[in-house]
Design a protein around this ligand. Sequence first.
Ligand code: HEC
Ligand code: HEC
Length: 299
Amino acid sequence: MITAPGRRIPDTGLRRGKPRLAIGLLALAAVLAARPAAPAAPVATAAEAAPVATAAEAAPARPIPPERLRSGLDFAAPGIRALQADDFANPGMLWVERGERLWGESAGAAAVSCASCHGKAADAMKGVAARYPRIDPESGALRDLPAQINACRVRRQQAPAWAAETEPLLAMTVYVATQSRGMPLSVSIDGPARPHFEAGRAIYERRMGQMNLACLNCHGERWGGRLLAETISQGHGTAYPIYRLDWQTVGSLERRFRSCLSGIRAEMWPYGSSEVIDLELYLAWRAQGLPIETPGVRK
Ligand code: HEC
Ligand code: HEC
């Protein structure tokens, strides 16, 4: 996030959002908020405001037509793109290695590893991340990937759940998601997932925080535009968990939400709350078709 010089406060996201020194952003976002009808930046049309019709009758119209979908990487500086593209330089690859190690380690009262049940991750986990968040058929609950991993920890390994945003959970999430690299996102929003999708969409479009801005105002209506030092992307979660230079570590999609929420001075939802997972489902559907890039690298 943007802070005044010398006052760089690490955005751990684990504390409740304390007001930050981001006067420049405050002023800029206030300007954005004050001109809701202002013309969008050159590359962005009002795609989300005027969605095109889709083939399926019951399916909601795509906010960004598939041919205009663009990864966040396209908006990143060349140095960042080079880092992500090179597995030897990409710092996120360290988390892949850590996850691989954990995959084979026995844990919990059951004294079994992920591998004991699932075998090779390259086979068992291929394509899995592309379907998440997903309704768990047994409990009926919507789970994102970290929640599913923890469900296996608790129920199958009889081990304590890994806390949100901790190294083992991030490493395992990165490791599992990496098995789907290059595969297009394709979540289901049918049946029991539908109310979650609708709830996620409502959150996405709701103005929030002291700046009274919605996710939609930036990532739907102004992508391609500049916000201080940053270029606003379409706001997809396809590269997550990412290595973010600003964090100096890997962080989850939820932590990225927290950066955005703190930027607009909005309350944060507790980690793993239903609002977050509903929003993740909406985001994944909105990005439907874009390939998974985990582990991504961002500024
Ligand atoms: C004031 C404008 C603004 C608002 C409002 C905002 N964001 Fe962001 N968001 C940004 C900026 C700037 C970035 C960093 C550059 C980028 O990747 O777009 C970002 C990054 C992201 C990313 C990471 C994209 C990537 O490829 O790494 C996601 C996902 C995201 N935002 C989702 C959201 C969600 C969900 C909301 C609503 C809860 C939201 N944002 C609200 C400005 C905003
Ligand atoms: C005792 C056996 C067992 C262990 C140990 C276990 N799992 Fe599972 N896991 C299952 C079963 C059963 C399912 C549900 C059936 C399915 O979807 O494959 C499942 C489902 C999953 C899924 C969802 C797959 C999908 O297609 O949606 C993921 C991801 C997963 N496990 C990850 C892990 C990870 C990571 C570990 C180690 C931390 C682990 N599991 C440990 C048995 C196990």
